[in-house]
Design a binder for this molecule. Structure first.
Ligand SMILES: [Zn+2]
Length: 134
């Protein structure tokens, strides 16, 4: 069984595999509940609803990796890993950015995502690849 499809965040992964960004929201107080869990950290309610969000974000943090390490052989180095803050909900997601070299990314800049995949070993993991918004 695919290990991404049996946890509290399974709808997130299923959404990416269908080309959609789905994020959990408390069914009682409507707070965004990321990382996904079975109980709202704010009000304690059990139960979330999954809402589709547009692939729009701002850059919260980034780093460029220059050297290979295990399981990343499929990535061309250097590559840029980021934390993107999804628009209008504040949820922060790990992701990868189309390398903007030679210019470094700027914290707070607008990003647009597309859903692709990253090969980690032999495992094809759905991933959001972010680019500067044109
Ligand atoms: Zn709640």
């Amino acid at each position: 069984m695919n290990h991404r499809l049996d946890g509290a965040d399974a709808p997130y992964w299923q959404g990416l595999e269908q080309g959609r960004l789905l994020l959990p929201r408390c069914a009682h107080c409507a707070r965004w509940a990321w990382p996904a869990g079975h109980r709202c950290a704010a009000c304690g309610h059990i139960g979330v609803v999954w809402e589709e969000r547009p692939l729009k974000a701002t850059l919260y943090s980034w780093t460029r990796t220059w050297h290979r390490f295990g399981m990343t052989e499929s990535l061309d180095v250097p590559y840029v890993s980021i934390v993107a803050e999804v628009a209008d909900c504040g949820v922060r997601l790990m992701g990868r950015m189309d390398d903007p070299a030679p210019a470094d990314p700027r914290i707070g800049e607008a990003l647009t995502g597309r859903i692709d995949a990253t090969l980690v070993g032999d495992d094809r993991i759905p991933a959001i690849i972010w680019s500067r918004t044109a």
